[in-house]
Design a protein around this ligand. Structure first.
Ligand code: NAD
Length: 474
């Protein structure tokens, strides 16, 4: 691959910057490429360009916007190899995982190219007809995390566009390259100012949330930052959607099919080294099958989720994405060791060749204290507590944390029972006899500290519009 160059994209023009940052490849700790940090002027110019574009873009028809979405998906498909290579280097993901990020982005984009909001009759009688119509808000800002850079940015981008908004995307400073490149390659698909991208960190994010010219912020990231975003948005009464951390419980019943549950839990916990917002982060296994389940889970994890240093080799495991998160996960491993918890597999940190890369072995901890850091807080990395239960009410009570409510999963051969448990779990999504895999047609969001509102599916588009009721007199 030729040495790529990256730009901020403002009004369809490419801008460099005197100030650049360079991302470290987490797999090898090699420096990647300079990336231009957007200035305050760049941001102001982007807001002005969006405001100039909005009056005509907001008047386009849904089919016109959906045709543009098809072209954005084409850009992803036609440049898949280049984008996958960039994604793999910036995130440390294997080629397989990088391609999954692109495949999911294409699927979500194409979903909205055929599914959008339409007018609905809210009430009709002999004299009156009331229609619900949906209208764009203006400039939407997409503030994004690093774990799946492309899909987590593209969900917001295409949701904003199909509903007639302009959108400004700010990828994570840990993974800016693929998103900037996608927007660069997409120049010409949309009128200038409709889709723009800026590189920067917390300062730029904070400026975006404070700016009166931004109508809505869609944020995905940590709980701590999410609270700052919501507080900042309050000052200008911006619309805000928060997709925050999860600490998903997984309940394995004594009648679970272990042929399904064991690989499901392993994938739920260790796919992308656990760096999935809806990863299975706490597993509760019925006491009657605990030892058998744990033995088989360890076998499964040792066989399929290993440290494979060559990114080209087939692997769905990988290093921790960045130094900051590496230190967080290392701290949790250290805490487990200091408290004398039994680590039944893994436990090694810095296990790359020559100590290079942010590698942590897939680690399983047997029955740590319910109040431990590992159980109570999101680990967002490859370490999993496996706890036990014997009473249904008790496991539901322990699963429902006060500080998280994103996803959960239940494994049982008795679907009525699984559904009964699923309905009592306090989470935005519950997966039955499968690990937590978002579906582009299904609404996705968390409750409690895991979020505010949600995205995806047709319902997700409602947060990108305001609804106007048209009251007709017959
Ligand atoms: P983060 O909060 O550190 O950063 C997210 C984004 O916010 C980045 O673009 C960052 O530059 C920006 N930012 C930082 N400070 C800001 C501020 N004061 N104002 C505005 N923007 C600011 O999160 P992260 O470490 O990138 O993401 C990891 C977290 O995201 C994990 O907790 C994970 O569970 C969560 N996550 C949630 C979902 C979901 O859909 N619920 C999906 C993926 C990841």
């Amino acid at each position: 691959m030729a040495e790529p160059q990256f730009f901020n994209i403002i009004n369809d023009e490419l801008r460099g910057s005197e100030n650049t940052t360079t991302v470290t490849n987490p797999r090898t700790e090699e420096d990647l490429w300079p990336c231009p940090v957007a200035t305050t002027q760049d941001f102001e110019d982007a807001v002005a360009a969006a405001h100039a574009a909005f009056p005509s873009w907001s008047q386009t028809t849904v089919p016109e916007r959906q045709a543009a979405l098809v072209k954005l998906a084409d850009v992803l498909r036609d440049n898949r190899d280049e984008l996958a290579s960039i994604l793999s280097l910036e995130t440390g993901k294997s080629a397989i995982l990088a391609n999954i990020d692109i495949t999911n982005s294409i699927a979500q984009t194409l979903y909205y190219s055929t599914h959008a909001l339409s007018d609905q009759i809210q009430h009709e009688d002999a004299t009156t007809r009331v229609l619900a119509t949906h209208h764009p808000l203006g400039l939407v800002a997409a503030l994004c995390p690093w774990n799946f850079p492309l899909i987590l940015a593209s969900i917001k981008v295409v949701s904003a566009l199909v509903t007639g908004n302009c959108v400004l995307v700010k990828p994570s400073p840990f993974t800016p390259y693929a998103v900037l490149r996608w927007v660069q390659l997409s120049r010409g698909v949309l009128p200038p100012g409709v889709l723009q991208a800026l590189h920067g960190g917390a300062d730029l994010g904070a400026a975006i949330t404070a700016h009166p010219g931004v109508a809505k912020v869609s944020f995905t990231g940590t709980i701590a930052t999410g609270k700052k975003v919501m507080a900042a948005c309050a000052a200008t009464l911006k619309r805000v959607t928060l997709e925050l951390a999860g600490n998903d419980a997984c309940v394995v019943c004594e009648d679970a099919d272990l042929e399904v549950a064991v690989p499901g839990v392993a994938a739920g916990a260790f796919f992308n080294a656990g760096q999935v917002c809806v990863a299975s982060k706490r597993v509760y296994v019925h006491e009657g099958i605990y030892e058998e389940f744990l033995r088989r889970l360890v076998e499964e994890v040792r066989g399929k989720y290993t440290v494979v240093e060559d990114a080209g080799m087939p692997s769905v495991f990988g290093p921790v994405d960045n130094k900051v998160q590496y230190e967080v996960v290392k701290g949790i491993v250290k805490d487990c060791k200091a408290r004398g918890y039994e680590i039944v597999t893994g436990g090694g940190v810095g296990v790359g060749k020559g100590g290079r890369g942010y590698w942590i072995e897939p680690t399983i901890v047997r029955k740590p204290d319910e109040g431990s850091l590992l159980v109570q807080e999101e680990q967002f990395g490859p370490i999993l507590p496996v706890l036990s239960w014997s009473d249904e009410d008790d496991v539901i009570r322990r699963s429902n944390l006060a500080n998280a409510g994103l996803g959960a999963s239940v494994y049982s051969r008795d679907l009525a029972r699984a559904e009964r448990i699923a309905r009592r779990l306090e989470a935005g999504g519950v997966w039955i006899n499968q690990f937590e895999k978002p579906n582009h047609a299904a609404f996705f969001g968390g409750i409690k500290d895991s979020g505010y509102g949600g995205e995806m599916g047709q319902q997700g588009l409602l947060s990108y519009v305001y609804t106007k009721s048209l009251h007709f007199t017959k």
